[in-house]
Design a protein around this ligand. Structure first.
Ligand code: AMP
Ligand code: MG
Length: 415
């Protein structure tokens, strides 16, 4: 693989993403506990081992009856029946009933043989030994029939369907406690920079708090990954290399931030360039121009080296790392879709670079709008926090007027 490209022409956002997605492979699937699979697609069809309901049961608290016995019951001419027993939910003994009798029955309890309707308790006097029925049910009313919802042998989830709360409920109800999905990737997030201090620590002169490792770990979790955040390593290639190799055992993917610009303390580049497996190049975008991607270690673990400025790091993560994580989980589409919105303020952009401006998107009937927030500087975390979208201005665009229709990437929408 190529490495530092130095003075070469920047590559496009698409070219960089293609390089990444060609290299990233889906993680092998295995059976995982149901709740762990929330948000993940199933890798194969799931067939129901059971019908739902799995036996005829009552939809009401009331009385199991023979329909013919009570078909003419009215408030004026109620029907009296002897109550010969009671069936609760979870009852295992089979109960048969004869015409001319009633059996007290609870919601979810098995319907006795011979019964073809349930009279809700509200339509009776709730009698114990004898019951007075003053409203007739219709035939088969309030009986939940075996298989009326799901049939044994039916495909209840198709390969690729994503597990959500409703599907978790269905799987549990047919007795499935594990399901085959690709696992969540374990992502190690590392910050670099001698100026960085852990939040809650004491800031020395010219020091700043490490925000990137938190920002990116949160974004990784949002994408469905398991994020391991590592405290910042100082600008020392040996210390960085040691920290990195310590982390490799638990990483399916590594993300670093900082140390890749053209300054003199670009430790990440310095430490990784010699391996020859990580390519550093410029991508025609703003923010996020310096990008590095490749593989390291015995297991050829993918690594992304993102720029240090927090906004650049975040934009890079959303545009390149999130699609990679989605591919590892088999979650298509890998890239966020775009919507269009009308600009409420004019904007400018650099020629030859795709600009990702932070914006606040408001859905509106008759034309959604987007308002730039926070300016173009890639250190502006306050502005980033007030945004919910990227306004995308193409390489050939240098300005856009109020009212122009621009493509927008929504950051809080699930693709
Ligand atoms: P670098 O790419 O290391 O030269 O960093 C570029 C800018 O981003 C500098 O102003 C750094 O102080 C800042 N920066 C780098 N890493 C972080 C971080 N983890 N948290 C906050 N700011 C950072
Ligand atoms: Mg730095």
């Amino acid at each position: 693989m190529a490495h530092t490209t130095g003075d070469q022409e920047p590559i496009s956002v698409e070219e960089h993403l293609e390089l990444i997605l060609n290299r990233i492979t889906e993680l092998p699937p295995y059976d995982q506990p149901l709740l762990e699979t929330l948000g993940l697609p199933v890798v194969e069809d799931v067939i129901s081992p059971l019908s739902l309901p799995s036996f005829d049961n009552s939809a009401m608290d009331g009385y199991a009856v023979v329909f013919r016995d009570v078909a003419d019951a009215t408030p004026e001419k109620p029907v009296h029946l002897p109550v010969v027993g009671e069936i609760a939910a979870g009852q295992t003994k089979i109960f048969a009933m004869s015409p001319g009798t009633a059996v007290k029955i609870m919601t979810g309890a098995p319907i006795p043989t011979g019964c073809d309707a349930v009279v809700p308790v509200e339509h009776t006097d709730d009698g114990l030994a004898k019951v007075l029925i003053h409203q007739a049910p219709t035939e088969a009313q309030h009986i939940r029939r075996v298989g009326e919802d799901v049939q044994k042998g039916e495909v209840i989830l198709h390969a690729g369907d994503r597990i959500d709360a409703r599907r978790v409920g269905l799987l549990a109800s047919v007795g499935i406690g594990r399901v085959a999905t690709r696992p969540r990737p374990r992502v190690v997030i590392m910050s670099t920079g001698s100026e960085l201090v852990e939040p809650e620590g004491v800031l020395g002169r010219d020091q700043i708090f490490d925000s990137n490792s938190y920002l990116l770990a949160a974004a990784a979790r949002n994408a469905g990954a398991i994020a391991y955040r590592v405290a910042a390593s100082p600008d020392d290639p040996t210390a960085f290399t040691e920290a990195l190799s310590d982390q490799l055992v638990r990483a399916d993917l590594v993300v670093t931030s900082g140390g890749v610009s053209k300054g003199t303390h670009d430790v990440v580049k310095e430490a990784l360039a010699s391996l020859g497996t990580v390519s550093f190049h410029e991508v025609a975008m703003q923010p996020g121009k310096p990008q590095g991607f490749g593989v390291i270690g015995e297991d050829s673990t993918p690594i992304f080296t993102l720029p240090g400025n927090p906004v650049s790091a975040y934009v890079s993560f959303e545009m390149f790392v999130t699609p990679a994580l989605r591919k590892m989980m088999g979650r298509e589409p890998y890239q966020r879709s775009m919507v269009r919105a009308k600009l409420t303020e004019p904007v400018r952009s650099m020629p030859g670079r795709r600009q990702f401006l932070r914006g606040y998107f408001e859905p509106k009937v008759g034309g959604s709008t987007v308002t730039p927030v926070g300016g173009a500087g890639s250190h502006l975390l306050g502005g980033l926090s007030r945004s919910n979208a990227f306004i995308v201005l193409g390489e050939d665009v240098t300005s856009a007027q109020v009212g122009s229709d621009v493509p927008v990437i929504l950051l809080d929408r699930d693709y």
